[in-house]
Design a binder for this molecule. Structure first.
Ligand SMILES: [Zn+2]
Ligand SMILES: [Zn+2]
Length: 264
């Protein structure tokens, strides 16, 4: 029981850590900067922790920027408003991700500029033999350590850990929960104290202030990942953006620009 529990929790938190820290807050939003060396370190860590569902940071980043620009409109790459159910949204998200991953040259520059790219590594990490190797490893681990039959039902979560995390936020944090900021979109804060999602569940706060490294807004909304971000900043692994008010101003202007374009 204990090895399975440790393995499941480690995989859940470590894979989401890389997705939230590297793909989301760094690649998509540039909430902080890092050197090319550290970029490569986080590429490798992303593969180790995300395993069979490794996502190409540049494709994730471009798709996610489109989510913010078109949240809950027909152009949103994943909105519960335009999907029949959770699985339908996950399938649509996969198709959109796949299309961007194969070719993002037709997208507006704003969605693709300053994204971390390491094409040869992405090609390797996203290849079928690598993905299958991780799946084989997950199955082997359960065959070796599972003590009850029901534990095998956890294997699909390991295999699809990134899409599972994405679906939790993109579906439930646009459907249930509370709202601290009035927005045009349906974003909500899912948990009052986010002990499961590394701060990602403060999604309404995040839609309001996309470039902020700290997703917490109220006193009880402690963002666990932001503690690590501060630590990484203190030891020189990353550099938090200093000109945040200007960045937020620019982002607000961009959002207005996008809304105006949509209204045409
Ligand atoms: Zn959202
Ligand atoms: Zn975001």
């Amino acid at each position: 029981m204990l090895p399975i529990l440790i393995f499941f929790l480690a995989h859940w938190y470590l894979s989401l850590f890389t997705q939230s820290f590297f793909h989301h807050r760094y690649a998509s939003h540039r909430a902080f900067t890092m050197s090319k060396f550290w970029e490569k370190v986080f590429f490798v860590l992303s593969l180790l922790f995300q395993g069979s569902s490794y996502l190409r940071p540049a494709a994730y980043g471009a798709m996610h920027r489109m989510h913010h620009a078109f949240a809950d409109t027909e152009k949103d790459p994943h909105s519960p408003k335009f999907s029949k159910n959770l699985i339908d949204m996950m399938v649509k998200t996969w198709h959109n991700y796949r299309a961007i991953s194969l070719d993002d040259s037709n997208l507006k520059k704003a969605y693709t500029e300053q994204l971390p790219r390491w094409d040869s590594f992405d090609k390797f990490a996203g290849s079928l033999p690598v993905r299958i190797s991780f799946v084989v490893f997950y199955i082997w681990f359960y065959v070796e350590f599972a003590t009850h039959w029901w534990m095998y039902f956890l294997i699909p979560i390991h295999v699809l850990i990134n899409p599972v995390h994405g679906a939790v936020i993109n579906w439930f944090a646009h459907k249930i929960g509370y709202r601290s900021h009035k927005m045009e979109d349906t974003s909500t804060n899912l948990l009052a104290i986010d002990f499961l999602m590394w701060g990602e569940s403060y999604h309404n706060n995040h839609h309001k202030f996309p470039y902020r490294a700290n997703f917490g807004s109220r006193w009880h909304e402690i963002d666990p990942l932001f503690i690590f971000i501060k630590l990484f900043d203190a030891v020189g692994i990353i550099e938090l953006r200093k000109s945040l008010p200007q960045v937020e101003q620019k982002e607000a202007e961009n959002q207005i620009e996008q809304q105006e374009k949509l209204a045409v």
